[in-house]
Design a protein around this ligand. Structure first.
Ligand SMILES: NC(=O)C1=CN([C@@H]2O[C@H](COP(=O)(O)OP(=O)(O)OC[C@H]3O[C@@H](n4cnc5c(N)ncnc54)[C@H](OP(=O)(O)O)[C@@H]3O)[C@@H](O)[C@H]2O)C=CC1
Ligand SMILES: O=CC(=O)O
Length: 321
């Protein structure tokens, strides 16, 4: 059984597969594979370990019907046409849970960086503009006791809420389609309507998956319902916010700040106006990028592949959005 990995895989998962006697070929070039190259490579392999942002659409799947599994090295699976994979009986798996803490830490880092204008101050130092003694210039805002709104309080949102409650005594409100009773019990989180979430949040952190329903949700009309002092955080997917509308909302003072680990499109270009704004912090989609977390994700992906080859139930199969 032969596995093709679209990037170099963290060592723990790789070792697990190799110890089981499986051959793993990794794509080691810095540039990613084109769709045609990926299809061509997959012809020689039994499983695909997808660690890149290639789209797995119906056309790809129809030409790779022989694959025994497509194991994603991510929890998000918005780039995969899962309905088509189901039709063609190609199982798809993801890596939920093990990356929740690291990704929540990234959301927390962005929130605090925006509140204290950390990226802006760092850029000032690089320009030789130290000027620390001015009592009224370039001030940030406190987070203590403020209201955290979570849109999509699932695995990652729950850890983000926990961090914010213990660090700053923040009050947590959330909007999901269903209730998160565990978070309500543990953190006193209160489920509110989407409109109330917008109106009441001092920090609004997005943690939903990217689906047709969530695509483009944060647009001009939605930003205009938020507080002028609000901070918008998105570590979920860039396509959930409309970037032009976000830029306008920040420029016009409709909201105060934004922290993004995901942009629309990715990569963000260096001349993007968001990068020059004092109350904006942008990271290049590194939510789960710690040694421990990436290793844990690779082990999870490897276990899914081993289960597919052994004919046992797949621990993390995704079947619908
Ligand atoms: N920046 C990065 O590197 C990373 C980004 N991510 C992104 O984070 C996302 C979330 O991951 P995770 O927390 O593990 O996922 P979960 O499935 O645990 O949580 C998602 C939550 O969103 C809610 N939700 C889904 N659709 C809607 C909707 N239309 N309106 C309101 N709430 C909704 C769900 O609740 P309900 O069903 O009740 O609505 C659920 O609680 C991933 O899909 C991925 O895109 C993940 C890891 C790293
Ligand atoms: O974006 C990362 C993921 O795991 O999803």
């Amino acid at each position: 059984m032969k596995i093709f990995a679209t990037r170099v895989i963290p060592p723990d998962g790789l070792e697990l597969l190799q110890r089981a006697g499986l051959t793993v070929t990794q794509w080691t070039e810095k540039r990613g594979l084109s769709a045609a190259e990926l299809i061509a490579h997959c012809q020689q392999y039994d499983a695909l370990l997808l660690a890149s942002d290639n789209h797995i659409d119906r056309a790809f799947l129809e030409q790779c019907r022989h694959l025994k599994i497509i194991a994603l090295l991510s929890v998000g699976y918005d780039k995969v046409d899962v309905a088509a994979a189901n039709d063609l009986r190609i199982p798809v798996t993801n890596t939920p849970g093990v990356l929740s803490a690291a990704t929540a830490d990234t959301a927390f880092l962005l929130m605090l960086s925006v509140a204290r204008k950390a990226f802006f101050h760092y850029k000032r130092i690089l320009r030789g503009d130290w000027n620390f003694s001015e009592p009224t210039a370039n001030l940030g805002i406190d987070l203590e006791g403020k209201t955290l709104g979570i849109w999509g309080l699932g695995n990652i949102g729950h850890v983000m809420a926990k961090r914010c409650v213990s660090a700053f005594g923040m009050k947590v409100i959330y909007h999901n389609r269903g209730r998160n009773e565990a978070a309500e019990k543990e953190l006193g989180a209160v489920r509110v309507s989407f409109e109330a979430l917008l109106a009441q949040s001092d920090v609004l952190s997005v943690h939903t998956a990217l689906t047709p329903e969530t695509t483009g949700m944060f647009n001009k009309a939605v930003f205009s319902q938020m507080k002028p002092s609000a901070i918008f955080i998105n570590t979920a997917r860039g396509a959930i916010h409309n970037e032009g509308d976000l830029i306008a909302a920040l420029q016009q003072g409709v909201i105060w700040g934004a922290g993004l680990d995901v942009t629309n499109p990715e990569p963000m270009q260096p001349d993007n106006p968001l990068l020059d704004m004092p109350t904006v912090a942008v990271l290049p989609h590194i939510g789960s990028a710690t040694v421990e977390t990436r290793n844990a994700m690779s082990v999870m992906a490897a276990k899914n592949i081993l289960a597919a080859f052994n004919g046992t139930p797949l621990p993390n199969q995704v079947t619908s959005l």
